[in-house]
Design a protein around this ligand. Structure first.
Ligand SMILES: Nc1ncnc2c1ncn2[C@@H]1O[C@H](COP(=O)(O)OP(=O)(O)OP(=O)(O)O)[C@@H](O)[C@H]1O
Length: 575
């Protein structure tokens, strides 16, 4: 609750209105039995003249209750949806501040559930507070007092009924609350399985894994089903048990009134409202039980959202760092690195320095640390030991905007966002004009297919860029990388899906059009880096050699081995 209170402040007026309308609706439903009692009494006393005015009163009260109830739903919905939207926005903004490491720590799927499903649970709870919870004490106390005032001799019927209803509620709602808690986790699991399966639909189909996947999904869905069935059983028990208690209370009341009505004829009218109040008391207790299980589920979600909000980004940029135009030099000073949450160091004591405009190739076996080096230059992580400098500035002291303008990192897995091609290119240069896009498209060899579309750069990119081939996606992400003419461009295996001819054309265009840009070309194939000024050779997280292709062939056994293996595989090494 402490977490939600600040969010409620904004909706003070709606809260006042919600409280007023819910009170009015509750009072109306307490009033109705009294009027009914008077109607019955009028019939018993043969005072038919009173019936029509009582009828009008009944209709007015019912209408007041109806309108108040409808207005209350409107105010409660406004508060609940407003609070949920504010929490969602704050949580989203918080996630935006997260480092890559923070996001990996939670996992992207988990964060999505915390942003959607968990916020929905909080929204449901806020709605319930202003629609139901406030009504419970008014109805409970009001109906109790009015029932006692109506037939005071039957106080013991009320007491026994309340004790029985509370006992049943405690017995049923406690396990139900536990089951609801488990449901949240199981929904996460089935969602994740379905998401993974659908995203990997091609792999599932090509490896004929549909049956296997269906079995995996069935196991999770069965657990969810089992819990839902258990909840169903509890509900199945709950309603008849309450009904039994209610009917017994009514039967006892009728029997009691029946045996005393001759002595006190007014008891007959009282019986109708007494029975009604008994039901209202029972429903108030049952609703209280429901609200408690509901709240238990919502509190789990509040905890999960709070966890996100309280997580400190493990990588922040100095707010007072001056914005400068960073030069294209890069220096690693005794850099070692361990991924957050891992214990194994993946880069060991790496030092090098690169001058502006140099073209650096990075080669090495898979898992040798090439991409990790790239991620440290782009400051997706900070080194565990040592320092990384760009343009002579330690990245821990750099201005974020300056770094993002200076370094363009085209990642191994091309990732485009839904929207248009132009929207994606503008991520690399906010105010990019058509001419900039054409230039970038031509460097990345993307113009040849983009400009064939009738809508050219306004062509739509579907969700997960499903309407582009792997090579097209790579070309577009290279175009996004070069469009801002960065001081440093990192191509992390970004041409792996391009044919040899296109790759050569990209490299030639980079050399002519971005001559002053420092380029890091990470590649599996030596042919991709053969023209680099220097090639860095990585092995098991160490920088084991550096030099030109010819020099390395003479001096580096690791490089020779890579070269010979690729040559043996008849990879076209254009020597
Ligand atoms: N996000 C991560 N969390 C934990 N460990 C990671 C992460 N990314 C990479 N690693 C580990 O760090 C080491 C270096 O990985 P890196 O991706 O830098 O290698 P690479 O040389 O680029 O490989 P490849 O050529 O296959 O892309 C590997 O052992 C890898 O398992």
């Amino acid at each position: 609750m402490k977490f939600i209170l600040p969010y409620l402040k904004k909706y003070k007026k709606d809260i006042v209105w919600a409280c007023l309308t819910i009170s009015l609706a509750a009072i109306a439903s307490l009033w109705q039995p009294k009027l009914l009692q008077q109607v019955v009494q009028a019939i018993a006393d043969d005072k038919m003249g009173q019936i029509s005015s009582l009828g009008v009163e009944l209709i007015v009260i019912a209408l007041v209750g109806l309108v108040a109830g409808a207005l209350n739903t409107m105010f409660a919905a406004r508060i609940a949806m407003g609070v949920a939207a504010d929490i969602r926005l704050n949580e989203y903004q918080k996630i935006q501040q997260f480092s890559y490491g923070n996001i990996e720590q939670f996992s992207a799927g988990n964060l999505v559930v915390r942003l959607t499903n968990d916020v929905q649970q909080v929204q449901n709870m806020v709605m319930a507070i202003f629609q139901t919870v406030l009504r419970i004490p008014i109805i409970f106390i009001g109906a109790l007092v009015l029932a006692l005032m109506t037939l005071p001799n039957l106080w013991w019927v009320i007491l026994v009924m309340v004790i029985l209803v509370i006992a049943i509620s405690a017995g049923v709602f406690k396990p139900m609350g536990k089951f609801f808690g488990k449901i949240q986790g199981l929904i996460d699991k089935t969602n994740n399985l379905a998401k993974e399966n659908l995203q990997g639909a091609r792999v599932v189909k090509s490896f004929n894994q549909s049956e296997q996947e269906a079995k995996r999904f069935n196991v999770a869905a069965d657990s969810l089903n089992t819990i839902n069935i258990k909840i169903g059983y509890l509900f199945g028990l709950l309603m008849p048990a309450f009904m039994l208690v209610g009917q017994l209370a009514i039967a006892v009341s009728v029997w009691y009134v029946g045996s005393h009505v001759v002595a006190d004829p007014k008891m007959l009218g009282g019986l109708t409202s007494f029975v009604n109040y008994l039901m209202q008391i029972m429903i108030a207790i049952v609703n209280g039980g429901f609200m408690m299980t509901f709240a238990a589920r919502a509190f789990v979600s509040v905890g999960r959202i709070e966890e996100v909000m309280q997580t400190q980004p493990d990588l922040t940029f100095k707010k007072d760092a001056p914005a400068v135009k960073l030069a294209g030099s890069v220096a690693f000073k005794q850099v070692s690195f361990t991924y957050p949450g891992d214990s194994q160091e993946v880069l060991h004591d790496i030092s090098f320095s690169v001058d502006p405009g140099e073209m650096i190739g990075i080669v090495g076996a898979t898992g040798s640390g090439k991409s990790t080096v790239a991620q440290l230059i782009a400051r997706l992580f900070d080194p565990s030991k040592g320092s990384v400098e760009v343009g002579g500035v330690d990245l821990r002291d750099v201005n974020e905007q300056s770094l993002r303008q200076a370094v363009a990192y085209v990642q191994q897995r091309a990732m485009l966002f839904s929207g248009t091609i132009a929207d994606n290119l503008r991520q690399g240069k906010r105010d990019a004009k058509l001419a900039d896009m054409r230039k970038a498209g031509s460097i990345a060899q993307a113009a040849e297919f983009v400009e064939k579309y009738p809508d050219s750069y306004e062509h739509q990119v579907e969700e997960r860029s499903a309407n582009f081939s792997g090579g097209q996606k790579q070309r577009l992400s290279i175009a996004r990388g070069v469009i801002g003419q960065p001081a440093i461009l990192i191509l992390d295996d970004s041409t792996s899906a391009l044919d040899a001819q296109s790759e050569k054309r990209v490299q030639a265009a980079l050399a002519t059009d971005l001559p002053r840009t420092t380029k890091f070309i990470i590649a599996e194939k030596i042919s991709s880096v053969i023209k680099a000024d220097r090639i860095f050779v990585m092995a098991d997280g160490h920088l084991v050699a550096e030099g030109s292709h010819h020099a390395l062939l003479k001096t580096s056994p690791v490089y020779q081995e890579i070269y010979n293996t690729q040559k043996a595989q008849e990879v076209d090494v254009d020597d």
